[in-house]
Design a protein. Sequence first.
Length: 402
Amino acid sequence: MILIPILTEWLNFAVRWLHVIAGIAWIGSSFYFVHLDLSLRPRSHLPEGAYGEAWQVHGGGFYNMVKYLVAPSQMPDHLTWFKWEAYTTWLSGFSLLVLMYYLNANLYLIDRSVLALSPLKAVFISVGGLALGWVIYDQLCRSRLARSDLALALTGFAFLIVLSYGFNHIFSGRGAFMQMGALIGTMMVANVFLVIMPNQRIVVAALLRGEKPDPRLGAIAKQRSLHNNYLTLPVVFVMIGNHYPLAFATSYSWAILALVIILGTSIRHAFNTMHKTESMPLWPWFIAAQCFLAIVALSAFGSSAQAQAQAAPSVKVAFSDVTNVVSSRCSMCHAEVPVWEGIHAAPKGVKLDTPEHIAQHLHEIGVQAGLSHAMPPGNLTEITPEERQVLVDALVLGVKLD
């Protein structure tokens, strides 16, 4: 029934759009409040318990923002809680994970050349990895390491890289990359749901009882909020990274993710420092630039072509060689009427069922199936290293349709 694939596509679109909208709202509020917190200045006229204030202008009006270290002596009549942006981002993101990766595990989550998993086992490992990852991170934050923000950050960074390396030996490149994005997103929203919001509720309840709140609760919440702020740019990279196979489908994708985390946190630190000191430091940008160059190098050294160079040296190829590879390994999905079960239309509208179509998309073919192993998904059609090398040679040599 044609209505089912149409509804599936639009459901995917609706959830993805919701995820983007909610993510913008969450990231925007996170960036704003970190900026506000760092730009506060102590003033002698502030009420008791207030740390500092900031004057801001926007939309033709002036705003006077005051922050209390713990809480005001009395609760206001109306208090705005920032939480639904985070919850909606995670719920929509997990829904996308289910729609795209769990219900299509053979296509996007599993690569049998990496590890032969059944779809059920792959989904179980993925969900278990999200839960276990949060538990370990949370315990690190509750340990003595939390006394030092730097020690905790370095330990957390090492923990994420170990997980990334491990997932790359369980899932496909795309699946491992998305798993890490989902894990970082889960850690961030769990910080809000299980730490920041409960601590704030305890503070409010104490005020309503006329008691003095525990200042440690605010300090813990602030530390988790700072983690979220620094992890934002890396997780955004992962959100869009599945469109760039050289990021996730090469041998060193786990190391690329490590560099992405350093790059993203360096940029956030530059802006956070500027908000606090009103002076933009240059050294974080230098580190970010070096990380980007290293990512480019790793994507080249870890590409399928690099790994195949010794076993399959480059030779002169003809366009007919490319056509033979694509017709036998790609065109069953990328066709006017796909014959692969569960594929109702050519993915991304890319058709590779004629020589003309292949010539039109030769660059994308070379990157997706030659320089990286993003395609075919999970190598379901069992494309060989020698065939991938043909696609790379065609890309490098600029082979044209006869």
